[in-house]
Design a protein around this ligand. Structure first.
Ligand code: DC
Length: 210
């Protein structure tokens, strides 16, 4: 079977995963959430991750109702991974090349044939530079912090500050920094509804001729 890849990159809270889940449910894409792998590694090992620990790490993932679910030691990790403090550690360990190599291999090995929507920071720039459709979502810091705070019930001002630091870290790292990938369609979601963003992406997909 052929492979079709749609990548959605962008900063924290820009709406990547929400849209990817919708595309998965409505358009039959398999959703791979790359940030969730960084979050899982951060949750399991904290900042103290090593190549050896990763080699022995066994987690499994699946897509259920448009959502990627991650299981470790027989337990579903999803909810535990959402908090901003996990995101903060994820952003720190994501600077290490062996961690990135591990995650990228896992994703490339999974997305061999079929229709995939893959969201993260470097999906269209590094993991799949040859993706058929690339999208870059953005939104104001204020709006992104509001979305995250609503999702996780955390304090808005604290989240805003943490997201600001995380943006800085993700954009300025040496390896695979957050950038607008070549050929990506940039969508500012600050004043758009989820349905608006969804429609824009579906238009891009319709316009795509293999
Ligand atoms: O998308 P997210 O907020 O769940 O990602 C958490 C962190 O993981 C993010 O701040 C940086 C890292 N990450 C990355 O470096 N590359 C990706 N493709 C996805 C996430």
């Amino acid at each position: 079977m052929d492979r079709f890849v749609l990548t959605i990159d962008g900063p924290a809270g820009s709406g990547k995963s929400t849209i990817a889940k919708l595309l998965s449910r409505r358009e039959g894409f398999i959703h791979i959430n790359s940030g969730m792998f960084y979050r899982a590694i951060a949750f399991i090992f904290g900042e103290d991750v090593s190549e050896e620990k990763l080699l022995n790490l066994k987690f499994s993932f699946d897509v259920k109702d448009g959502e990627m679910v991650l299981v470790y030691n027989g337990k579903l990790l999803n909810e535990k991974l959402q908090r901003e403090e996990v995101g903060k550690i994820a952003s720190k360990i994501a600077k290490k090349s062996f961690v990135r190599d591990f995650v990228n291999k896992l994703i490339r090995d999974t997305a061999k044939s079929g229709r995939f929507v893959i969201d993260g920071r470097d999906c269209g720039s590094v993991i799949f530079p040859d993706a058929q459709v690339k999208v870059f979502l953005d939104a104001s810091l204020e709006e992104r912090a509001k979305r995250r705070a609503t999702q996780t019930n955390e304090d808005l001002d604290r989240i805003k500050e943490e997201i600001r630091k995380r943006d800085e870290q993700d954009k300025n790292r040496d390896i695979a920094p957050l950038i607008v990938p070549d050929g990506a369609e940039v969508i500012d979601t600050t004043d758009l509804s989820i349905e608006d963003v969804y429609k824009r992406i579906v238009q891009l997909l319709e316009g795509f001729k293999e």
